[in-house]
Design a protein around this ligand. Structure first.
Ligand code: ADP
Ligand code: MG
Length: 254
């Protein structure tokens, strides 16, 4: 007998495994029992109304918020274990926010090298080589010496993506990465994310861009009121939702 080597077997262990996740802020329960597995190479788009708990879910995955119940495993590590080395886990998880959070006093290149040097202990030349490759990937190779304030919002968000990629993440989390952008700048950022998905990156993307979710998402998860109401293939959830609450939401946003 040889060991199974099919892609299905190779990807059997999920990159993210969320089970029975609860999160309360004081008395207020914001997540009330979330189960979500994300496999290697999968793109999961999370949709749902404002306040439904989408950001809190993402923030629990890399422990920016501490869950109040349930478990969250990332790359096989239970991040809710009090003894976990969360910085070690976070090294492998890239996060891109609505607000780009670039360092205003640094150049684009420095923004993309500082964590590589401080966290991964890469040499300056190595970090710069990797940063330039990722800036090229997001179409900003020629802006390495600019400061963030000299860039459009869409360019700044692409720098934020290049910065995250420069850490060689095994998982990328996006929280409404295009919501703060002028409409004409959204497409360039979505194109970069689509390329990443095509290259096999494992991604969880909170988004209001339904066309993106449908085209690029392998799965779409609809959240409402702190629970997952519907989770299925992107085409099904957006094109033929099973749940009345999903239909009502989609009618409002489409
Ligand atoms: P979404 O991203 O879907 O809009 P959030 O996860 O940001 O939703 O928020 C879900 C709920 O949790 C909201 O009612 C929000 O007010 C509440 N919430 C989020 N963060 C905090 C916090 N740090 N303290 C108290 N309440 C919070
Ligand atoms: Mg949010």
């Amino acid at each position: 007998m040889t060991a199974p080597t099919t892609p299905a077997a190779a990807s059997a262990a999920p990159v993210v495994r969320v089970a029975g996740l609860h999160k309360a802020f004081g008395e207020r329960e914001v997540l009330t029992g979330i189960d979500l597995d994300v496999r290697q190479g999968e793109v999961v788009c999370v949709i749902g109304p404002s306040g439904s708990g989408k950001s809190t879910l993402l923030r629990c995955v890399n422990l920016l918020e501490q869950p109040t119940g349930g478990t969250v495993e990332v790359l096989g590590v239970d991040v809710t274990d009090p003894d976990v080395d969360i910085d070690q886990v976070r090294t492998h998880v890239g996060m891109v926010f609505q607000q780009f959070n670039l360092f205003a006093n640094m150049t684009v290149l420095e923004n993309c090298t500082v964590a590589q040097r401080q966290v991964l202990k890469r040499s300056r030349s190595e970090a710069e080589r990797i940063a330039r490759a990722n800036l090229e990937r997001v179409g900003l190779a020629d802006r390495a010496d600019a400061h963030p304030s000299q860039l459009s919002g869409g360019q700044q968000q692409r720098v934020a993506i290049a910065r995250a990629l420069s850490m060689d993440p095994q998982l990328m989390l996006f929280d409404e990465p295009t919501s703060a952008l002028d409409p004409e700048l959204v497409g360039d950022v979505l194109a970069v994310m689509r390329d990443l998905a095509d290259a096999g990156m494992t991604m969880i993307v909170v988004t209001h861009e339904m066309a993106f979710a449908r085209d690029v998402g392998d799965r779409v998860v609809f959240m409402d009121g702190g629970v997952i109401v519907e989770d299925g293939p992107a085409d099904q959830v957006i094109g033929a939702p099973r749940e009345a609450r999903t239909r009502t939401f989609l009618q409002r946003v489409l």
